[in-house]
Design a binder for this molecule. Structure first.
Ligand SMILES: Cc1ncc(COP(=O)(O)O)c(C=O)c1O
Length: 606
């Protein structure tokens, strides 16, 4: 049935049905009109104007040929192409091509002799089936011919990726099944050869550090200015990056890429346009870890996306603020500064050869869901999205912010709190400061969760961060406000009665893991991350590790920012910082001993 549907629906779209497989054939020479361009400079057109039906006004671009994406209209002058009615029917039935193909395969009456061994749910562990339903197992399928191949996409996965590229304004998009983590790793692998420099802020996610171990790239850190009250980093300045590039080049080094995180976990954005300008004026690619910003495309009150501002690559955790399943993500690319063929070679190196179709289909579904309120402008051919998807979430977030701001003893992080280095804050990310209540973020988080059933995204030492999204409800927002009202009533009066208590008395002051200048600035790199990782090493007591070269990443969590990277000398301040986070209930990830009694250090020949 699937094949029949496929053959009639897509035979005019350049696909063959070939035995049991759908195969995309060469489109060169076909008289076709692409439905939409890959280049979607949308600012002027994205917002506000009426939506229309899909319509084409451009011709096939080199990017389309390179990415394998083309979108077709019915306006084939030869009359041999798809008729408009067929195209429209096709558009609606194939709204989520990968998800549809998966559903049809899951519904087939098949005698299954393939992996996974649960055999489409027949042998599923009952406890798990009771939790997620048999349907989840039925759709947990391997790379059947109808389902394409993530690592050599030419069928429904390619089609779904092309639809995502069109919506997110990329020339090419790859679906990822190992989170933004693998997208960042692959992007750095594609851009940097061993010995090249990667310019990056200190407050990167640990995936950037593992990328340097994988590639042999050398870090050149730039330090965003930290806000001492909040313990949150401001944005990365273009001048800092420019200076870092000059410094590397003066010393005879080659810069492979610049990588920045925007927005950060706290929603802080950098001026990506300025960074792109500096990078591109020196022909250096800009990779943006936009793990927390996949939703930026969908509302005019949100910051511009990294691609819109000129980034060469943007990696987005679709699972974070949008609605795909955990671990699913997308990598978007544009331009020629990153070799996309090489990138395509790198991605399978950091992802499973058995990618989960539940994750992949959830990316397609999440894209289709957002696209429900988008269309192509008939005059410009550019995709536009109405604000509808996120209107409600943004007004709820605004109510929450205002209400919390008015409660005694609380502070709410907003764009006004940030310096000009930052290009604002994601309004859907709400960080609440607790220091005036004499509470740590961890303590407040425990109270909110255990006493009020309010579960935050990120407790930290001085604050708790809440993520809002299209799924946030008024009821939950009110619950959040009520729980903070109770917290404020309980602790603000205690603080008042204790005369001068204005900051909690925890740790060195303030203890943060995002950008604590004493810790970062005292770090000295003795070996490259890769050399340190592969050196002979030994485990020693943490106090004996001070002064030695670390063989591992020491990354206190939250918020997942490395304090010591492989190859750096472990300082007393770094040890104190990690110990303070652990004492407050945090964890240290990347370390061979997660209780942090021992550390792994390089054995030097002396
Ligand atoms: C800034 C940042 N980048 C990248 C990642 C990795 O994303 P993922 O969990 O999708 O692999 C995270 C995860 O929290 C993150 O906070």
């Amino acid at each position: 049935m699937l094949l029949e549907r496929c053959s009639s629906a897509i035979s005019g779209l350049g696909f063959h049905v070939h035995g049991d497989r759908t195969t995309r054939v060469s489109l060169r020479g076909a008289k076709i009109v692409p439905l939409c361009t890959r280049r979607q400079k949308r600012l002027s057109t994205r917002r506000g104007s009426a939506l229309s039906n899909w319509k084409c006004s451009v011709s096939t671009t080199q990017e389309e040929a390179r990415s394998g994406c083309s979108f077709w209209s019915s306006e084939d002058a030869s009359g041999s192409g798809v008729r408009r009615e067929d195209a429209e029917a096709d558009e609606s039935t194939r709204e989520a091509p990968l998800l549809n193909a998966l559903r049809e395969c899951a519904e087939m009456d098949a005698a299954a002799f393939h992996f996974p061994g649960h055999r489409r749910g027949a042998g599923a562990p009952p406890m798990m089936a009771a939790l997620v339903g048999k349907g989840a197992f039925a759709a947990d399928l391997p790379e059947l011919p109808e389902l394409d191949n993530l690592h050599a996409a030419e069928g429904v996965i390619l089609e779904a990726q092309c639809k995502a590229a069109r919506l997110f304004g990329a020339e090419q998009t790859w679906f990822l099944v190992n989170g933004s983590t693998c997208g960042i790793q692959a992007a750095v692998m594609a851009a940097c050869a061993p010995g090249d420099y990667l310019i990056l802020p200190r407050n990167v996610h640990m995936s950037a550090v593992s990328a340097m171990v994988l590639t042999g790239a050398l870090p050149k850190y730039v330090t965003p200015v930290p806000d001492p009250t909040w313990g949150v980093a401001h944005g990365v300045r273009a001048a800092q990056v420019e200076a870092a590039i000059s410094e590397v080049r003066r010393a005879g080094g080659r810069v492979g890429a610049v990588l920045v995180v925007s927005p950060t976990y706290f929603g802080v954005c950098s001026h990506i346009g300025d960074l792109a300008h500096v990078c591109h004026s020196q022909d250096i690619p800009l990779i943006v870890d936009e793990a927390h910003g996949a939703h930026f495309r969908f509302h005019h009150q949100l910051p511009e996306t990294a691609l819109e501002q000129g980034a060469d690559i943007a990696v987005q955790s679709t699972h974070k603020v949008l609605s795909s399943l955990t671990q699913s993500a997308m990598l978007h690319a544009q331009g020629t500064r990153i070799d996309r063929a090489r990138l395509a070679q790198c991605l399978p190196m950091v992802q499973s050869s058995s990618p989960s179709y539940l994750l992949l289909a959830s990316l397609d579904a999440s894209r289709a869901h957002m696209e429900g309120n988008c269309g192509v402008d008939s005059e410009t051919g550019v995709i536009q999205c109405s604000d509808h998807n996120l209107d409600a979430a943004l007004s709820l977030a605004s109510v929450v912010r205002q209400s919390l701001h008015e409660l005694p003893g609380l502070a709410v992080l907003d764009s006004a709190s940030m310096s000009q280095d930052s290009a604002g804050i994601d309004p859907l990310r709400i960080t609440v400061g607790l220091w005036k209540l004499g509470l740590t973020g961890f303590e407040a988080d425990d109270i909110l969760r255990l006493e009020h059933g309010v579960v935050a995204e990120l407790p930290s030492l001085r604050s708790v961060t809440f993520a809002m999204s299209a799924g946030s409800s008024r009821r939950d927002a009110m619950r959040l406000i009520d729980s903070f009202a109770a917290l404020s009533a309980r602790y603000a009066s205690e603080v008042e009665s204790c005369s001068s208590v204005s900051l909690p008395s925890f740790g060195p002051e303030p203890v943060t893991t995002e950008t604590e200048p004493p810790v970062w600035e005292n770090q000295v790199m003795a070996l490259s991350p890769r050399d340190a990782f592969y050196s002979k090493s030994e485990k020693v007591m943490v106090q004996d590790a001070v002064g030695r070269v670390s063989a591992e990443l020491l990354c206190p969590y939250p918020p997942g920012i490395p304090v010591v990277t492989p190859g750096e000398i472990i300082t007393q301040e770094a040890v104190d910082c990690i110990s303070a986070v652990l004492a407050q209930g945090g964890v240290v990830s990347g370390a061979s001993d997660d209780s942090f009694q021992f550390a792994k250090v390089v054995i030097t020949n002396s």
